[in-house]
Design a protein around this ligand. Structure first.
Ligand SMILES: [Mn+2]
Length: 369
């Protein structure tokens, strides 16, 4: 549904909250939230007002990259905790990558027990609308995936020359982020591809009867791409089925971690660039599941996996692609800072955040070009 710009800004003020506030807490993590508030606003009081005021500057902002945090891990299911990604990754970016500049839209207001409004009955929706918007007949959605899609649709309608850098959250969040992006670009006559880094294919049709989750989001965005092989996956190594199964069943393209290590990142990137040029792709969206990196670099995530990519592998591929194509949308998913479930001695959530911030910084800078 199309909206006026004023309606869209009203929606932002209702459906989002200040950066890092997406995890609803009363006292828990207050120091961490205050620390981010100090970094962003130089104070901890009155932040709600300052954030709402800042939304008025979106149109005049020089930045093309616009950060949106989505603190939901309801679509995950092995080991959760990625709901803290938006708060921690922003802090890591400010501390370790101070050259990064982007407009920060804030976080989606997340009810942690909800995933998508289509799974809810009307009584629940109404009750949650009352809780979030003080109006049981509100026009706004209540579940994180639904709110994210709605906000992104409005964003691309009113700010077609800017792009969202989404911070998750579990990987189900990439469903609304990419769906809104792909539809907007398709309507604008632009040919797109999704560059997807992950240890897993995320190509289930459903998981235990749920069609939208961290293991299935890719399957459900294929219809919005120019063709299924415009989903190109890198770093896969944890899969019950071989590459040929996924490529022949879904028509996607995959470059597993062992191929990248054997052939080298540059050789693989050059092949992908040739493919994208042959398909006359105009713009790229990069979805980065931190578990694409080896557990030595990414242990603080729901499903850390060994034999993975180094950060340099990922950056070599991204640098090569960004030299040839505009990156106009991206996300960093599945960083779960309070977890560290790997068996690798030297690893930690600090390492995961550091490497996640490095790659995020590159993507945000590429989007600003
Ligand atoms: Mn994933």
């Amino acid at each position: 549904m199309s909206t006026t710009k004023n309606q869209f800004h009203d929606k932002l003020a209702h459906c989002l909250c200040p950066p890092g506030d997406g995890v609803y807490t009363v006292n828990t993590a207050k120091e961490r939230k205050d620390a981010l508030r100090n970094k962003l606003y130089g104070q901890t009081e009155n932040v709600d007002f300052l954030w709402k005021e800042s939304l008025n500057n979106l149109a005049d902002s020089e930045h093309k990259a616009v950060i949106l945090g989505i603190s939901s891990d309801c679509g995950g299911g092995i080991l959760r905790g990625a709901n803290w990604g938006p708060l921690f990754l922003r802090s890591a970016l400010i501390d370790q990558q101070p050259q990064v500049t982007a407009f920060d839209l804030g976080d989606v207001r997340v009810i942690p027990h909800l995933l998508h409004d289509k799974y809810l009955n009307q009584a629940t929706i109404s009750n949650c609308q009352k809780a979030l918007y003080q109006n049981p007949e509100s026009e706004y959605y209540v579940s994180p995936l639904s709110i994210t899609e709605d906000v992104c649709n409005g964003f691309y309608q009113h700010y077609p020359d800017k792009g969202i850098f989404g911070i998750g959250g579990d990987h189900s969040i990439s469903y609304p982020l990419t769906k809104a992006y792909l539809k907007a670009k398709r309507d604008a006559g632009k040919r797109t591809a999704i560059i997807h880094f992950d240890a897993h294919t995320d190509l289930l049709v459903e998981r235990l009867g749920i069609d939208l989750c961290f293991g299935s989001w890719c399957t459900h965005i294929l219809e919005y791409l120019p063709a299924p092989h415009h989903l190109i996956q890198f770093g896969i190594r944890s899969s019950g089925k071989p590459k040929q199964h996924w490529e022949s069943t879904f028509g996607v393209k995959q470059h597993w971690a062992d191929e990248i290590m054997t052939r080298g990142a540059h050789a693989v990137a050059n092949e992908v660039i040739a493919q994208l040029k042959a398909d006359q792709v105009d713009e790229l969206y990069v979805s980065f599941d931190i578990d694409a990196l080896d557990e030595e670099f990414a242990s603080a995530t729901g499903t850390p996996e060994g034999n993975g990519l180094t950060p340099q592998h990922a950056l070599d591929i991204l640098v090569a692609l960004a030299d040839e194509f505009p990156i106009t949308g991206a996300d960093m998913m599945e960083i779960a800072p309070f977890t560290d479930s790997s068996l690798v001695g030297q690893s930690s959530s600090e390492t995961t955040l550091r490497e996640g911030a490095k790659i995020s910084a590159f993507l945000i800078a590429a989007m600003n070009k």
